[in-house]
Ligand binder design. Structure first.
Ligand code: DX5
Ligand code: ZN
Length: 226
């Protein structure tokens, strides 16, 4: 069985001491750094871009997990890959052709992630699940950190996991938004294995918070689905 992975979201980090924050999550047992990219169009807010990926690449070997919340991902795949992204996730609801963006990410040598917003039916992306490495099921409306987990997400994760497993596919399920440690347990039990957390990690002692999550992640296994 795949190990569960913690992916702290630096949207909630203190960028004035970002290097230090990265060290803290490394020491706390995180394996990914989740980098939220927002364009002010796909979501109302603006956040990080290519330069931060380039800078992070110089200071860490953690997997750089880029989450593009942008309306036109296609033209930015190559620059993010060249900057050092390991994994690039884009939104099914963006305006570019899904298959084309999947191919661009693959050809750029990165792991392919596809994300769905909370209102998008899970069935809509079934046909892409054999072409991607990771499905990101948003558990809040994308755009801001610190929101409450949407409870209906649990069934959506279970539905995706059941499809993936019953079709013999090898696809991670990442969850993002409002994943506090007790919710981490729930989402893992229904089949998520990459856990994003922002404010719950960087809202206090990042190392200690990562350790707390890692304990939960290591002690929770996927249960019977549905
Ligand atoms: C929201 C972002 C998330 C966000 C999660 O649109 O995609 O990655 O940073 O933050 P928390 O864990 O605080 O909900
Ligand atoms: Zn995110």
């Amino acid at each position: 069985m795949k190990p569960n992975i913690l992916a702290p979201s630096i949207l909630a980090a203190d960028c004035a001491i970002l290097k230090e924050q990265i060290r803290q999550i490394e020491e706390g047992g995180a394996k990914y750094v989740h980098i939220d990219v927002m364009d002010g169009v796909f979501v109302p807010s603006l956040s990080f871009g290519i330069p931060i990926v380039k800078s992070l690449r110089k200071i860490t070997d953690l997997t750089l997990d880029v989450h593009l919340m942008i309306i036109h991902p296609a033209k930015y795949i190559k620059p993010f890959a060249e900057a050092g992204a390991d994994s690039i996730t884009f939104h099914y609801e963006s305006e570019d052709d899904t298959e084309e963006v999947i191919d661009l990410i693959k050809n750029a040598g990165c792991k392919v992630g596809l994300s769905i917003k909370p209102d998008t039916p899970v069935e809509d992306i079934y046909k892409y699940l054999d072409k991607i490495d990771m499905l990101l099921v948003m558990t809040v409306q994308p755009g801001f950190g610190g929101q409450e987990y949407i409870p209906e997400s649990t069934m959506r994760i279970a539905q995706a996991r059941q499809y993936i497993d019953s079709h013999g596919l090898n696809c991670d399920i990442e969850v993002d938004g409002g994943i506090h440690d007790h919710i981490a347990r729930t989402v893992i039990e229904v089949g998520a294995n990459v856990i994003v957390a922002g404010s719950a990690i960087f809202g206090g002692d990042a190392k200690a918070n990562c350790e707390k999550y890692v304990r939960v992640l290591d002690s929770t296994v996927k249960g019977e689905v549905l």
